[in-house]
Write a protein that binds this ligand. Structure first.
Ligand code: HPA
Length: 239
């Protein structure tokens, strides 16, 4: 591990500014929305590159929220610094995904138990085989229980963490035949960093569009503000 001082190159917060659990949406404006809507006494603790981070209280529990940006390189940087330099124990990604599963419609939820990927992120570990990036079991279980309590339509399974949003190869159907439930862009790097740091992560995704039902998609505004069920699940299971 590199010898990095806090504040880090990408996070302006001081040691101790983050809670044990960080909720991570991709979009900095969504991070601000979560802080304003759900947290008491939310304080802005980092704003480098506009990647806003806040710490406040949810139902009396200290919790942080900070954006990851889009894609595995960006998630890779922020989650690495949070796990390794800020003593963060748990990261709960709250994102959107494109559904590959015909039973999952707009606003349904995928709990990403595993994250397949077309990225080279795990090459850095120089393993003599293929690493399988998986979520923390306790966080998956807690997310599932909370979804059940709220009557949310969800599935637990694999997602594809893709390096491309606009993909020339129409590869979605190939992942679908392996029962991959949805496509997003960050979870595999997050799960790799959690494994390497011996920490905990899960990704909870709301379906914002569908490869099976292309007429179903959410606007940017809806993506930012209407996925509150997923945010509340994440806040509830934060430790
Ligand atoms: N692809 C990748 N990431 C996404 C998608 C998608 O279709 N929808 C929401 N995030």
């Amino acid at each position: 591990m590199q010898d990095i001082k806090v504040p880090t190159p990408h996070i302006g917060a001081k040691k101790g500014d983050f809670a044990t659990t960080v909720i991570m949406p991709g979009d900095p404006q969504r991070a601000e929305f979560i802080a304003q809507k759900f947290l008491d006494k939310a304080v802005l603790i980092s704003d480098i590159r506009g990647m806003k981070g806040f710490t406040g209280y949810y139902e009396g529990k200290r919790v942080s929220v900070m954006a990851s940006g889009m894609g595995q390189p960006s998630m890779g940087i922020y989650s690495y610094e949070l796990f390794n330099f800020y003593d963060v124990e748990n990261i709960i990604r709250v994102g959107t995904c494109g559904s590959l599963d015909g039973d999952l419609h707009l606003r349904d939820v995928i709990i990403a138990m595993g994250a397949c990927t077309n990225s080279n992120y795990a090459r850095q570990y120089e393993l003599p085989g293929t690493f399988c990036p998986i979520a923390d079991y306790a966080l998956v279980k807690a997310a599932e229980e909370e979804c059940n309590r709220r009557g949310i339509n969800y599935k637990v399974g694999n997602v594809l963490s893709s390096d491309t949003f606009y993909d020339d190869s129409a590869s979605a159907s190939k992942w679908r035949k392996m029962n991959v439930l949805g496509v997003e862009m960050e979870s595999a790097a997050l799960y790799c960093n959690a494994a390497r740091a011996n920490k905990h992560a899960v990704c909870i995704c709301t379906v914002s569009d569908s490869f099976v039902h292309p007429e179903e998609y959410a606007t940017a505004e809806e993506r930012r503000e209407s996925f509150t069920a997923m945010m509340e699940v994440a806040l509830k299971i934060a430790k």
